[in-house]
Design a protein around this ligand. Structure first.
Ligand SMILES: [Zn+2]
Length: 137
């Protein structure tokens, strides 16, 4: 009888992993926090032991954050100027504050989604058999 190359435990649904990452949870088990602090990804999951030290989110979360926030703010500024024409002090206070707030909200969530995407697609060392972390010594 031929052996199957993958079992249901080996399946890694992309949307579920990215959603769990967006929630800043482990893409594999969905329970333990993915980050220690604001943006630092933990080396391993505290619940299932899945290793995360080999993720390579790099600049993609920042790139996606800039893309989203830039489009939101550019459209909002143009719309406000064409319809409301607020005083200049509102431009100088509202848009930087709004941009910073939205960026700080999106950045860790997008980073979690990127790590979840890499995990689901078995990228950058996530292709190793999952399970409790093994000691190197
Ligand atoms: Zn986990």
């Amino acid at each position: 009888m031929p052996m199957q190359s993958s079992s249901p435990q080996d399946e890694r649904p992309l949307f579920q992993a990215m959603r769990r990452g967006w929630m800043r949870r482990c893409p594999k088990c969905g329970t333990a926090p993915l980050f220690e602090g604001y943006l630092k990804v933990r080396d391993h999951c505290g619940n299932c032991g899945e290793a995360y030290h080999h993720h390579r989110a790099d600049d993609m979360p920042a790139w996606a954050t800039i893309l989203i926030v830039g489009h939101l703010l550019a459209g909002s500024i143009l719309t406000a100027e064409q319809t409301w024409q607020p005083p200049i002090w509102i431009h100088f206070t509202l848009w930087p504050s709004l941009g910073a707030a939205i960026s700080l909200f999106l950045l860790p969530r997008l980073k979690g989604a990127v790590v979840g995407m890499q995990w689901a697609n078995r990228m950058h060392g996530f292709d190793q058999p999952s399970g409790p972390a093994r000691s190197l010594d």
